[in-house]
Design a protein around this ligand. Structure first.
Ligand SMILES: [Zn+2]
Length: 639
């Protein structure tokens, strides 16, 4: 799922700093989500495996109402005497049929409890049909929404995370994908119905039409959708191996000309994802893009709903079809496996297709991630929907943590590990948690990522780096890399830290294996650097970093006598062997002496005959043009 604010941000041309934007737009988003707090997960008992569901629904966009029959085929996981479904109490269950006979049931606490007339043994396929109707509850998120476009009514659904039960009897947890699905919707014949899978039949019955959508891939409950209005539809085609894949677009008639090129953006995006992550996972059916009235997007399996068709929304929702739909987060705590990936994939589209936006993309996400000093990527409070869809931690930090894993592993191992995660039969067309992802990254890379996940996924906050460095005449660099953490839950963020050293003529980037704060590094550069840039390519989440160049000189001086009339003696205590230039200037700034010396470790005594100097104040500098220490002395008159 994606909300509208990031695109708005890009439309503004990134005229705000990331920090400002995160507050402006992040807060707007949060308010929208806070209305959803009433949405709660319910507790139908999971004593069976749903293998097939057929939703036969009546939806007329002119009326905020739904009626229908939902037939579920299930296999008990033990011998059962009852079966339960989630359905909001606002809706009325008229009857429930089991083997063509009505059975008794209760419907309280948003759970339908159906007493079966006989026990059903483990492993036996059986079925039950629930007949229901009513006015779906109006939750702010929009699980079932009636609206208008160009004065034409529309009804759409958006069930993530806890909203499926608002409009149909289901099992809405994250443990059982429905293996096979039919959605059959009757509506007045001026409207069209969008749903998952393939449209296999469009049947005129009187003034109504029956649209039959058939989906034969496993699907999580929250990814099932219906949208009904006077859609115009057209196909575009994506090259797909030796073939093509159809992308079906359901667009408001008044917007088809305007949105044509936006809907076509999906073509290069899909080709990119195919190459990086394996072919589109639902290729036997299609991909779909449906216009709806919510200001964002929702990755309904094979039939994405979008309120804006911006670059990032199109890329984000398509990306979910690998990360979110094919492999679905196993709990809402693991939601970053959906959202962090979808954000990151939209970043990959910038990197490969519109590279001028790749750096701003990373800059903005780092800014968002660092706007919450105590934020964790893992979602610990899944009762609060605002936390599940936290744009700062789950979305932005999620994307940049993936980027850091890519930095740690390198491109080849990182993408291989992601393909391995997506292809694992335990994950593919099923559910996965954070540890499942970690195990694939570890298996492919051979790295132990315990610390990384504890710091970056389960821990809170981010580091601030402090760099103190110096370079001497021989271009030898001493560098001390320190780090503080924004939250005490993490003692130290261990990462390879890239630093670029540059001069007008040359530059080089060195990666420091940072394992403790205050760690010192000593090395030679092939040139004299005038500055350094911390993390020049933006691989790391960090904020409030500082860079200080120290003097490379490590000595103390004493000048005597002062005032002087003939022989000036300069005593230099040097910590090590190092070159130094001695320069003496008169009070007009005219250079009187310019001599190079090599200082030995310990005492060095240099003598200068100033008897020929005019009387006055002189300045002596010891060092080089960039760094030096100075003193003054007085030459007496009347020598
Ligand atoms: Zn999303």
């Amino acid at each position: 799922m994606r909300v509208f604010w990031v695109n708005l941000f890009l439309l503004l041309g990134i005229c705000l700093s990331a920090q400002e934007a995160s507050y402006k737009f992040g807060d707007t988003e949060k308010k929208e989500f806070l209305q959803m707090k009433s949405l709660k997960s319910t507790g139908s008992e999971n004593n069976n495996n749903i293998v097939y569901q057929r939703l036969q629904l009546n939806v007329n966009p002119n009326f905020y109402y739904i009626s229908g029959e939902v037939t579920s085929y299930f296999i008990p996981s033990t011998t059962i005497s009852y079966i339960e479904f989630d359905l909001d109490d606002t809706l009325t269950v008229d009857s429930i049929l089991y083997h063509q006979s009505k059975v008794s049931f209760t419907h309280t606490g948003d759970v339908i409890h159906i007493a079966l007339p006989v026990n059903i043994t483990e492993g036996t396929v059986d079925s039950v049909s629930v007949f229901y109707q009513g006015t779906p509850p109006s939750n702010g998120f929009g699980s079932f929404v009636q609206s208008k476009h160009d004065s034409v009514p529309i009804i759409w659904t958006l069930s993530e995370p806890y909203g499926a039960k608002d409009w149909w009897p289901c099992k809405q947890g994250l443990s059982d994908k429905i293996d096979s699905l039919d959605v059959i919707v009757t509506t007045p014949d001026s409207f069209k119905v969008a749903s998952n899978g393939l449209l296999v039949e469009e049947l005129q019955v009187g003034n109504n039409k029956i649209y039959h959508w058939k989906h034969r891939y496993p699907i999580a409950t929250y990814l099932i959708c219906v949208a009904v209005t006077n859609y115009a539809s057209y196909n575009i085609y994506v090259p797909f191996g030796a073939d093509t894949l159809p992308v079906l677009n359901y667009i408001y008639p008044e917007d088809t000309a305007k949105l044509k090129s936006e809907t076509e953006m999906v073509i290069p995006f899909m080709q990119l994802y195919d190459s990086l992550f394996g072919l589109y996972p639902f290729s036997k059916e299609k991909y779909g893009q449906v216009e709806f009235g919510w200001g964002g997007g929702m990755e309904h399996q094979t039939m994405t709903f979008m309120g804006d068709f911006g670059f990032e929304t199109v890329a984000h929702e398509l990306g979910h079809h690998w990360f979110g739909d094919k492999v679905t987060c196993a709990s809402w705590g693991d939601i970053w496996l959906n959202e962090g990936f979808a954000v990151y994939l939209s970043g990959l589209c910038y990197e490969h297709i519109s590279p001028q936006w790749w750096m701003p993309f990373k800059q903005i996400r780092i800014g968002f991630a660092c706007s919450d000093p105590a934020g964790a990527l893992y979602c610990y409070d899944t009762a609060d929907v605002a936390h599940i869809f936290d744009s700062h931690n789950v979305y932005a930090k999620g994307a940049m943590v993936l980027h850091m894993l890519r930095w740690k592993l390198g491109d080849s191992l990182f993408f291989a590990a992601l393909r391995s995660y997506l292809q694992d039969p335990a994950n593919a067309y099923s559910f996965a948690n954070t540890e499942d992802l970690k195990s694939h990254l570890e298996l492919v890379s051979g790295m132990d990522l315990n610390s990384f996940f504890n710091e970056w996924v389960y821990g809170k906050g981010f580091p601030s780096y402090k760099i103190n460095w110096s370079q001497d005449f021989y271009n030898h660099v001493n560098l001390i890399l320190s780090q503080t953490q924004s939250d005490p839950s993490v003692f130290f963020f261990e990462m390879p830290v890239p630093i670029k050293f540059k001069s007008a003529a040359a530059d080089t980037t060195i990666v420091f294996n940072h394992t403790q704060s205050g760690q010192s590094f000593s090395f030679d550069l092939p040139f004299a650097a005038d500055s350094l840039i911390f993390d020049p390519e933006l691989w790391l989440i960090s904020s409030n970093n500082s860079v200080t160049r120290e003097s490379s000189y490590n000595f103390a001086t004493r000048i005597f006598p002062n005032p002087v009339s003939s022989l000036l003696q300069i005593s230099i205590q040097s910590a090590n062997y190092q070159p130094a230039t001695i320069r003496i200037f008169n009070d007009l700034g005219q250079n009187q002496v310019n001599e190079a010396h090599n200082l030995n470790a310990g005492d060095n005594v240099l003598n200068f005959d100033v008897s020929k100097f005019a009387s006055g104040v002189y300045r002596i500098s010891i060092g080089d043009a960039a760094q030096y220490i100075t003193s003054t002395f007085i030459v007496l008159p009347g020598k």
